[in-house]
Design a protein around this ligand. Structure first.
Ligand code: AHG
Ligand code: MN
Ligand code: MN
Length: 340
């Protein structure tokens, strides 16, 4: 008979385990457990999500040190839109690009920080659109910022040069999308089209843990998030809707970091609106790496996203950095604001 025997009292360990709170499911385990939901399950999308999560941990580290080392403030350069680039914008872009290049699953990257897309000239199957650092004007004042990403499958044959049809895909063709919120805690929220799940970063362990399973956005809400400086030239339905919100004593909340405003509204019920105005005739936000990802997540959580007329996910992009008006959040609120 073997000298090595099973413990006679596993119950005791179960009893004792009550004093140590379970940590729950790590992001890696969750991705692995749910890999089979995905139609093309070959592990590459899972690895891609892990690459993005790893890069976000590095960016998180840099964001948290921002006040201590010389990475705050403007870099002195401008991005495609003539907007002043912050050092962290550029740093975050480098971190994500490097992780995606090393990983090998992505074949092309569309980024807010680069004028043209980057063809990684490899055999990767996925195209990534990313806003590496969203809300950069909030960096220097220690207010929440984020990262937004969309993942598409490439359409043309692997190993050939990336073409327009790989890049200019409609939002409804996303296979996954997510965001990272660098807030009072850091969170990664993503969808692969089977609901939305949120993970909170545990910095001492260096792991994301599932904290918000199967997130659902309340169907209606009482928070409106809009920069009202352009009110005089907003479309009439938006002006009317804001009057309605105020008459109902709804709460106005606007951080100026899209990810943070969206996240709050998803949890509490609310609407974020960045409409067209004289100042921003086509809206301000970018379809391909800001709106599409959040629209996908909103719909997966039971919410809605439009440009005031049509569903964001149905818009055929014509250019890489195309802007759009953006109404996103609780279904009833978005319908009413768009004058439906
Ligand atoms: P980014 O920092 O990536 O350029 O994005 C800023 C965006 C978005 O995060 C925010 O909701 C919006 O711009 C704020 O714009 P206003 O300052 O015009 O309100
Ligand atoms: Mn942004
Ligand atoms: Mn940005």
């Amino acid at each position: 008979m073997s000298k090595i025997q099973a413990s006679k009292n596993p119950v005791q360990i179960v009893e004792q385990s009550r004093i140590a709170q379970p940590m729950g499911t790590t992001l890696d385990r969750f991705i692995k457990n749910n890999q089979d939901q995905f139609a093309y399950a070959s592990g590459e999308l899972s690895q891609l999500l892990r690459d993005i999560a790893l890069a976000s941990k590095v960016v998180n580290r840099e964001v948290n040190k921002a006040g201590l080392i010389d990475i705050m403030g403007a870099l002195g350069s401008q991005n495609t839109f003539g907007e002043s680039q912050q050092k962290l914008d550029v740093l975050a872009n480098i971190r994500f690009t490097r992780a995606l290049m090393k990983g090998g699953e992505a074949c092309a990257i569309i980024s807010e920080e680069t004028e043209s897309f980057v063809d990684l000239t490899n055999h990767g199957k996925y195209v990534i659109a990313i806003d590496p650092l969203d809300g950069s004007s909030n960096i220097d004042v220690n207010v929440s910022i984020g990262t937004i990403f969309s993942i598409y499958r490439r359409k043309t044959k692997e190993g050939t040069p990336i073409s327009e049809e790989d890049i200019l895909q409609r939002g409804e063709e996303q296979v996954a999308a997510g965001y990272v919120l660098y807030g009072s805690s850091t969170m990664l929220v993503y969808t692969t089209g089977f609901g939305v799940n949120g993970f909170t970063y545990e910095p001492t362990l260096g792991e994301y843990f599932l904290s918000h399973p199967d997130l659902k956005m309340p169907e209606d809400g009482k928070i409106f998030s809009v920069n009202e400086s352009g009110l005089a030239t907003f479309p009439a339905p938006v002006v009317n809707y804001l009057q309605f919100c105020k008459a109902q004593n709804y709460t106005g909340r606007y951080i100026g970091s899209l990810v943070a405003d969206f996240h709050r509204n998803m949890l509490k019920g609310g609407i974020y609106i960045y409409p067209t105005s004289a100042h921003a005739p086509e809206g301000k936000l970018r379809l391909m790496y800001e709106c599409n990802a959040l629209a996908f997540i909103a719909e997966q959580a039971g919410g809605k996203a439009t440009d005031g007329v049509q569903r964001i996910l149905s818009i055929q992009p014509k250019t890489l950095h195309q802007r759009t008006a953006f109404y996103v959040g609780s279904k009833k609120m978005v319908e009413q604001a768009a004058g439906a």
